[in-house]
Each structure stands twice: as structure tokens, then as C-alpha cells.
Ligand binder design. Sequence first.
Ligand code: NZQ
Ligand code: ZN
Length: 392
Amino acid sequence: MDNFTFYSPTYFVFGKDTENAAGEYVKKFGGSKVLIHYGGGSVVRSGLLDRVKKSLEKEGISYKELGGVKPNPRSGLVYEGIKLCKEEKIDFVLAVGGGSTIDSSKAIAAGTLYDGDFWDFYQGKERIKEALPVGTILTIAAAGSEGSPDSVITKEEGMFKRGVGSDALRPKFSILNPALTQTLPAYQTAAGVTDIMAHLYERYLTNTKDVEVTDRMIEALLLTMKHEAPRVIEDPNNYEARANIMWAGMMAHNNSCGVGRSQDWNSHNIEHELSAVYDCAHGAGLAVTMPAVFSYVMNHDVMRFAKVATRVWGCQMDFDHPEVTAKEGIKAFQNFLISIGMPKNFEELGAKEEDIPKLVEVLCRGDGRNGTISGFVTLNEDDCTKIYKMMV
Ligand code: NZQ
Ligand code: ZN
């Protein structure tokens, strides 16, 4: 196991009706003038936004509102939010929604305390040293941004989708009420499940030896997702299944399963170009990306793929031909994703084969990259071209 530090100070408030305590937690973490940030309207339609406002009013906390975050959140609204926070002397950003709203809130929180262009952080030109405190009220189990130090934003000029991480971005508190996720369309629920499983696989694919504790934690969470996802697709009102998925989603990405080991993230990098260009759900893009990436890099460590195949997907170990078991595990994972309603190829995702050269160029050369992406295996432009072609 590699040396590591682990700092995960988010205060989690989990369970039914917990959103009604939002005001108390904003106060606890020092907020007195809040920006409530939200998405395209689901929180308005469900009545959640009204309940949150009432809770702030009860505590005497004033607020401004900024809605309109799109899935795969854009830089334009972030600039607007930063301007608003500076003008209104906002001291706390409250994200009400999914990963996109939370990521946009984190970008606004960091950009408000920075004199330059917030995109400097996402380009790797500057490190985030401070940010306004952020709280979240989560409405979809997926990105894990409620417990992560990360934020992913798409710059409209060039459609660059890039991420940044900083401990300053970890939410001060996150309110997780599984019942809030019951209004999700089945496709969004399944995309969320896929993203959670991707966060686990990205950590499982490691070059670090002897990391049994985190290997076993990841396997347990993958097994949980395998068990709970079909139950929630069948019955969207299954609170207990939603509760297990929601907490698994947080644990999959707050890095408790990723400490002390190298991680992959090539599937995420390759997918980010798809959701940037085609505006597909990030999880749906991952459902198409992961089987291709895994099949391409499998021989780098066949036993690791055979291990997850037997321990999670119930495949029989073929000791003479571990590559057969490894392949079966990848196929079983893909079949599972298809069974919960996820796409299997470019066509079903809405992506186009003729765009592959452009996707590869932005992926490997865009925004200061040097022709490769690195993770479990370092991939060059030729490798990425082949991987995208496998998805057609
Ligand atoms: O915008 P509204 O109207 O709220 O609708 C949203 C949106 O259309 C809807 N939705 C959310 N909760 C709902 C609901 N509809 C009905 N009922 C509810 N309870 O679902 C749609 C998707 O929302 P979004 O916030 O985009 O979903 P998700 O949480 O999957 O976030 C995706 C973004 O997170 C990034 C992705 O790249 C993508 O941009 N990621 C962020 C990470 C992080 N910060 O740590 C890590 C991830 O790997 C990921 O890259
Ligand atoms: Zn993800």
C-alpha cells in the first residue's frame, strides 16, 4: 500500500425529511447570506426548493437564487454565479440537485474568492487554495460530488470538459434523503448506478500491489449495486434500495476506497469527450466506454480482471486461461448495464463514428495535453482511436 493522507470532513445528514434542517446546517457552518443554486427545474416541480427556502427563513438566513444548471454544467452560468456572489457578498453556496448543480456550486465557490478567471483551475494553471463554504442537498445518487473534493465543468468555447480537485471544495455538509431520488426517471437512475460502479472500477484498476482492504471494500460496494439496482428499476419507490444506493454512491467516490493505491480514470477521461460533445448523461457514456476500455487494457493485468469477474460477477475461474474469465467478467458487467436500460454502443448513445478523430484530438491534445492520457495503462492517440472504434 502507498503512503496517503485522507481528509474527508463533510458532515452527512442522512434520511427521510432531512432537507427540512437545511437552515440549521447552513447556520452551523457559518452561512448568513446564501446562494441557492439549482438545475433545470426538478427541484421546483417536486416542491423541494420551497421546503429549503422555508428552512432558511426559519433560521433568519437571507438568500439569492440561481437556477438553470444543465447536466454537464457549463462555464457561462459559473461566471454568472461568481458575479452574483461578489455583488451580493454571498458567504455560503447551497447546491440543491445532482452532481451538475454541486459541481457548478463548487466552481462558483472557488471563483468568488479568486481574482483571475476560474477556468485557470480547470486548466491546471492555478491550484484552488480557498473557496466559499458549500453545502449540498442531493437529489440523485451518481456523481459522488456530495462527498468528493472534485468539480467537473464544460467550457463552452471548445467544449472542453475538465475536472479539478481541492480539499477546499469538499462540502461542509451534505443532506442525503433517499426519498428525494424517487422522482428520477428510470434512465437517470440507471445512469447514476453506472457512474457509481465506474467510480469503483476506476479505483479497482490499480498498479499498486497488496491493497486487499480497499479491493474488498470496492467488491462489497459493487455487489451492493448489483443487488440493489434491479430492485430500484423495478420499483422506483423502494426507499431501502434507494438508501443503499445513495450511501454506496457517496462511499464510491469520497476516496475511502481509493486511498493508498494508484487509480485509473481513463474511462472517465474518454467518456468526458462524449458527454461534452453529445450532451449525453455521463453514466450512459460510461456504460458504452467501460467495456471497450476494459477489453483493450485487460492484458495489462489479467488476474485483476479475473478477480473481479469471480468475486463480483460470479464467473468460474479458468486457471489455465484466466483471460477467458477476465473477458466473461467484462461481458457480465456490460450485460448488467444493458439490463438496467443503459446503451451499449455509439448508435444507442447518439455518438457518431465520423467524429472519432476530433474526439481523440480534444481528448489527447486539447487544453495543454501532450498526446497521451495516463492511468492503469498510458494510452496514446492510436490507442484512444481504437477504443472509440470498439464502441461503434
Ligand atoms: O436539472 P434538473 O431539472 O434538476 O434535472 C436533473 C438532470 O436533468 C435530473 N434530476 C436530478 N435529480 C432529480 C432529477 N429529476 C427528477 N427527480 C430528481 N430527484 O437528472 C438530470 C441529471 O442531473 P445531473 O446533476 O447532471 O446528474 P449527475 O449527478 O449524474 O451529475 C453528472 C455530472 O457530474 C459530473 C459528470 O461529469 C456530469 O457533468 N461528475 C462529477 C464528479 C465529481 N464532482 O466528483 C465525478 C463524476 O465522475 C462525474 O464526472
Ligand atoms: Zn463519474
